[in-house]
Design a protein around this ligand. Structure first.
Ligand code: PRP
Ligand code: HPA
Length: 179
């Protein structure tokens, strides 16, 4: 295990099982539809790859890049749009794939973005949900796991751009970011 990790919350096997469960659920809910699955860069990269392999439906994939943490462990509260969705999503069913919902500010921003693009429907699938972190009302439709109100990294989630490649999700030792 990486020395900066206090404890592992979800192993690679736990995550694969969650991907299978969520992929099956989404496949049932979207049977006969052809949704656009939108991964949110960069945090959702690993989850997106594993999740779409478990979806037994016709899907298009695309990416949206938004950020708001800019190296810290707290949201700056202002969202930067770094890359737009290229697919014409007007009139389409869109599934947003996120690594984590914490304050809810990013999700709120993305749902406004999708509404402004006149999608047929918008749903959100997140690997992790941190309900105690909420600053605004935001709810995911599909959730892998709930996490405690601590800073977590791994499986796409970063601190200062590192730890994304860990195959598990763990709590970062507080002394790493308080140094
Ligand atoms: O609910 P919130 O408090 O808004 O936090 C959730 C967002 O924060 C992280 O993104 P970040 O801004 O760190 O960019 P990244 O995905 O490129 O790491 C994460 O990937 C979510 O998109
Ligand atoms: O706990 C977290 N870890 C990494 N990125 C995040 N973005 C929001 N919350 C978190």
């Amino acid at each position: 295990m990486n020395n900066d990790i206090e404890r592992v919350l979800f192993s690679q096997e736990d995550i694969q099982e969650a991907c299978r469960r969520l992929g099956a659920q989404i496949s049932r809910d979207y049977e006969g539809k052809k949704p656009v699955v939108v991964g949110v860069l960069k945090g959702a990269i690993l989850f997106m790859v594993d999740l779409i392999k478990e979806m037994d439906i016709m899907t298009e994939v695309d990416f949206l890049d938004v950020s708001s943490y800019h190296g810290g462990v707290a949201s700056t509260g202002s969202i930067t749009l770094n890359r737009e969705i290229e697919t014409d999503i007007s009139g389409r069913h869109v599934i947003i794939v996120e690594d984590i919902i914490d304050t809810g500010l990013t999700l709120q921003y993305m749902l406004n973005y999708l509404n402004a693009h006149h999608v047929a429907s918008a749903k959100v699938c997140t690997l992790l949900d941190k309900p105690e972190g909420r600053k605004v009302t935001a709810k995911a439709d599909y959730v892998g796991f709930n996490v405690p109100n601590e800073f977590v990294v791994g499986y796409g989630l970063d601190y200062q751009e590192f730890y994304r490649n860990l195959p598990y999700v763990g709590v970062l030792k507080p002394d790493v970011y308080s140094e």
